[in-house]
Design a binder for this molecule. Structure first.
Ligand code: GAP
Length: 513
């Protein structure tokens, strides 16, 4: 656990030190759970967004984009159920005065059981060596089965209590498990209460004429209310999808995990409109497709898992999370929900407008069902960044900090380094940079010894360093150094574009899907 916490602290400090993520309004001591993306962070975020957009919109002729407003008519949120049901169960510790999400306290308890299982697996793998069969071990080891059974029973009871709104039982569960406040160790809890997560604001100039609004808590509703506009103007036929990326706002109770849970964050959502009755086939399709997208980035199959929901949201008839192994354990990265016709029907009722599709094949109109994929851009950023940050022991006994970002997402693709600041080398390096900058984000660095510059670029996540030396002046060749292997190659300047392009082009990465 301490190791996990150390790793997470390193992630946060590295993100700051290398210009990826800053605390918002830091000079005023910051604002809790609100962050700013710095020079490198904004580029990494843009690349992740683009990687998603290409996979969802550009490569699917039946999915189109949208950019709806953050402010929406307040009835939207009545119709969607957010006014009545978008709340978290909160509990306060009477001694530390700290507020927690009751369900998260219980889930963290279960995560500790999962950690114990992982420890057992590691121990057994060490003991049995090559003969170790992980699946068999998980299915037969009594201690592992005990942890698993206990965890499953706890989550089942939690799911049922939340479903029935039985908050007294959620408190009873916390007490039975003897869960203590992580800060003070106290077990002196208040009752569990529901807390609505939407931020309210007002529209209008004078006190008499204001209208109460909400900052949107998800981008999805902007898609639903535009369903018919897009379908008609785009002459879309079912099945078709509408995708958008944009800010969402939630007054989160537990907001301690850096950019994992923020109060202002960005979502990348796609609503796929389908014929009623086909939802389970599409659910399976999008589960597989989205997992392939994640795996195409090469961050390791073992770092992902599905978590099918016991407790379904008020709008869903099937739901799963794609969970990622963050530095603090497996947590939700993306949600895939079969939302039925809940949203469109609710908007029909509240607006009095029909939101239906006329199916020429069946010669009838219906309210489409919806399959949703929804991923947090900031959470994806944290997954990519934390997975990339590594400390490596080198052969000479020294260590290097390297940010092994997938090259396709790296903010800067190549650094151009003149070996020395004289003899015409900077001029050649600048010329190379001026040529490459039309195709890639590149940077120029002439300060310090070249070894130190390599380390700086490693820590920054730059996949290539291109060094210009005295031989370059004679033979137009440079040294290209690969971040992950530290391998160095002598190549012609004229070959650089092709070499870099092969490694960083979105096409070659997305083709792995
Ligand atoms: N439209 C469905 C929806 O909003 P959700 O599971 O509440 O579903 C979808 O959110 C995704 O948005 C999550 O999987 C997560 O990646 C991201 N997300 C949700 N709340 C977040 C927060 N407070 N901070 C950062 N990302 C968040």
């Amino acid at each position: 656990m301490a190791k996990q916490e150390d790793k997470f602290k390193r992630v946060i400090s590295h993100a700051k030190e290398y210009g990826y993520v800053f605390q918002s309004s830091e000079i005023y001591d910051g604002l809790s759970a609100v962050y700013d993306y710095a020079q490198n962070g904004v580029a990494l975020k843009k690349n992740i967004r683009e990687y998603w957009w290409k996979a969802m919109v550009q490569l699917n002729e039946n999915i189109v984009g949208l950019d709806s407003a953050i402010f929406m008519h307040p009835t939207t949120w009545k119709a969607s159920g957010h006014v009545d049901a978008f709340s978290d169960p909160l509990i306060d510790n009477k001694d530390s005065k700290k507020r927690y999400r009751a369900d998260v306290l219980v889930e963290d308890y279960v995560a500790k059981l999962d950690n114990k299982i992982e420890k057992e697996v590691k121990k057994a793998a060490k003991r049995f060596g090559d003969a170790f069969n992980k699946d068999e071990f998980l299915a037969t080891n009594q201690r592992v089965l005990g942890y698993k059974e206990k965890g499953d029973a706890i989550l089942k009871r939690l799911g049922q209590s939340l479903e029935k709104e039985d908050l007294a039982d959620v408190k009873a569960l916390i007490e039975e498990l003897e869960i203590a406040c992580p800060l003070s160790g106290s077990k002196n809890w208040t009752d569990v209460k529901q807390f609505n997560l939407m931020f309210g604001t007002k529209l209008g100039a004078s006190a008499e004429n204001t209208m109460d609004l909400y900052l949107r808590p998800e981008t999805a509703q902007g898609i639903f209310v535009n369903f018919l506009n897009v379908q008609k103007t785009g002459r879309m036929k079912i099945p078709f999808g509408i995708a958008q990326t944009g800010k969402a706002f939630r007054n989160e109770i537990v907001a301690r995990q850096f950019i994992f849970r923020m109060r202002e964050f960005e979502q990348m959502e796609m609503q796929f409109f389908i014929k009623p009755g086909t939802q389970l086939d599409w659910f399976k399709h999008w589960k597989e497709t989205r997992m392939k997208w994640h795996l195409s980035l090469g961050m390791g199959q073992d770092n992902y898992r599905f978590h099918d929901h016991e407790k379904l949201a008020h709008y869903a008839d099937a739901a799963t999370d794609i969970e990622f192994r963050f530095p603090f354990g497996f947590k939700e990265l993306e949600g895939i929900h079969s939302r039925t016709d809940f949203d469109l029907k609710a908007h029909e009722e509240h607006s009095g407008k029909k939101l239906q599709f006329f199916d020429h094949e069946d010669n009838k109109s219906y309210v489409p069902y919806v399959l949703e994929t929804s991923i947090g851009l900031d959470r994806m950023f944290l997954a990519v960044f934390s997975n990339a940050l590594q400390e490596e022991e080198l052969e000479n006994g020294s260590t290097r900090t390297v940010l092994k970002l997938p090259a396709v997402l790296a903010p800067i693709k190549a650094a151009i380094l003149p070996l020395v600041k004289k003899d015409g080398l900077p001029e050649v390096a600048r010329k190379i940079m001026d040529d490459l900058k039309w195709d890639f984000e590149v940077t120029y660095d002439e300060k310090d010894a070249v070894g130190r510059r390599y380390r700086r670029q490693d820590a920054n996540g730059t996949p290539f360093c291109i060094t210009v030396d005295h031989d370059t002046l004679d033979d137009n060749s440079v040294t290209i150094r690969h971040r992950d292997t530290m391998e160095q190659q002598r190549v012609k300047i004229s070959e650089l574009k092709e070499i870099i392009s092969k490694e960083v082009s979105m096409k070659s990465w997305l083709m792995k899907m």
